[in-house]
Design a protein around this ligand. Sequence first.
Ligand code: SF4
Length: 669
Amino acid sequence: MDTVSNPLLFNPGYCTSLTEYKRRQTITVKIGDIPMGSEYPIRVQSMTTIDTLDTQGSVEQTIRMVESGCEYVRITAPSIKEAENLENIRRELRLRGFNVPLIADIHFTPNAAELAARLVEKVRINPGNYADKKRFETIDYTDASYQAELGRIREKFLPLIKICKEYGTAMRIGTNHGSLSDRILSRYGDTPLGMVESALEFLRICEDENYYNIVISMKASNTQVMVQAYRLLVQKLAEEGLKPYPLHLGVTEAGEAEDGRIKSAVGIGTLLEDGLGDTVRVSLTEAPELEAPVAQALIQRYTQRTEKAKPIKPVWMVPINPYQYHRRITHEVVNFGGQNVPRVIADFSKISDVEMADLKAIGHFYLPLLDKWKLNDTGADYVYSGKQPIPFMIANGSREIMDAQVWQAATDKQNTYPLFNGLDYLTATERHPQMNFVSLTYKEWQPEFIKRLQTDTTIVLWIKTGNEHAMAALRRLFFFLMEESITCPVVIWRDYAPSVSDEHTLLYASTDAGGLLLDGLGDGIILGTDQLSWKTKENALSKLTFLNQTAFGILQAARTRMSKTEYISCPSCGRTLFDLQDVTAMIRKRTDHLKGLKIGIMGCIVNGPGEMADADYGYVGSGVGKITLYRGQNVVKRSVPSEKALDELIELIREDGRWIDADAVETYS
Ligand code: SF4
């Protein structure tokens, strides 16, 4: 019986500890002068966006990337011509004193791979398209016909392995969720298991040939799929007795700005927390030199994790299935838990003299002429006012939470809710009849409290930790609850010190909360900070806006609550047929009111349609000045002139009854 079929009985096979930070032990892969693996620091890498035939441009961009922190640089080689030019790029870089290992990125073209493997330090192949052309067919394989297919792959792949062995070239077997072959899809479906098998088919051939200089990746734009696939890969490698290869972590098509950073941190951070990952590539629809600092910020959190973290009680029974998303079963308390989306609570507790206009910071807008409140799509569901009750009625759709002692003296106890401090709840003389918030840390986990949690159906827990290994500490609290069959809803509460910049808070919160949400843990989120960092009320409100947006962004990135349009845009590369950043901005301008819609924006038709995986619509470059439009994975309009393509996309959304005019959506700012 394995952990997948019975997750309740064993530790997951993907990491050695769910409570103690330990980097997964891997073999070392030699990539030029910069080896990769658990003996070495987690490496940073990225990919150029310049045409590979533009030698000078590629060299300049590579240098900028190295200076921003990249330890490896990947360059696309879509055909023999580009593969040949890698030699010129490499030579020029060496002449200018840059020894950065180069990686050729290959899709569909074994001949380009075979040439590149003689010229650069590493070759990335995509097992979904190295030996297969995509025909979107479902094929009924017998075991014999499947074996025959594997024989065909072997024949196509062996020459590359031989060259890599001869030249000491490393290889990444880089599976992408969106570009699985028809063969894999027919047999395993569009699943994390299919992604893993896609890589293993190639890996087994490498091991048969005694070639081990390999790194593996399992990228997806959907963070749940991506995390499950990496975990399953590690488990399958061990199960099959294959070597523990280093992992290259990445979320594909994460998008741009804060959303792109949040999504990357949710996926990559979740794996790093459990000690997985030996190199990180953050894919943003931005200049590639902006990616390395994000990757570095994610990685640096773990350099001293072992020394700084406090011990957490070990886990012997794992009450979740880490390979499949299931939300923890909870009972409903007002609108928390049960089938409700996770709630966002805004922390106003450190702001004095709150005025109506201040609530704009969290998406609540008071309209004096109508004497009404309106909430936008990222309007916080609850306001936590701590010891300073809000001196006016807040919006109908939201509610106020205050500290229990203050609530006891409140005039309206029905429409406000108390927050009790841990064990104080047990001795309280007055409680709310429907909903009581109770904070919980490790030390409150005591028998009398457990008993109360098992029977009291009004409690919503706020779980908090000061442990450096925060995600694991909070996850342990969830496991305690599950072990005791406690089904009360839980709010994830994270505070970050004033010394932590917004940029880092965004990444840390995404990792800490995202790592729980991806496993179905959490019915709400509250992100706080300290007033010491606020010089003025204006500063404080802008911080609250940032935290509120971050909280909604994390829920969206973890696929647990959709509150805005999602753009699955590729980072661009030498294949890109239009300016990704400009086009994304143009599409966003006209569609960002379409809450919950997923729009793929891809620079080329070779990889784009596959990469955008589960987008509802796709806008894909298919020639110079030409765009092909997709509904899901199906082509709807081919070669539309680019100046008309956005109108046609909108028309398509309209035909499907999913369009809303922007001015029909009440937005407030
Ligand atoms: S989808 Fe974008 S990043 Fe991927 S190969 Fe095409 S242009 Fe390059």
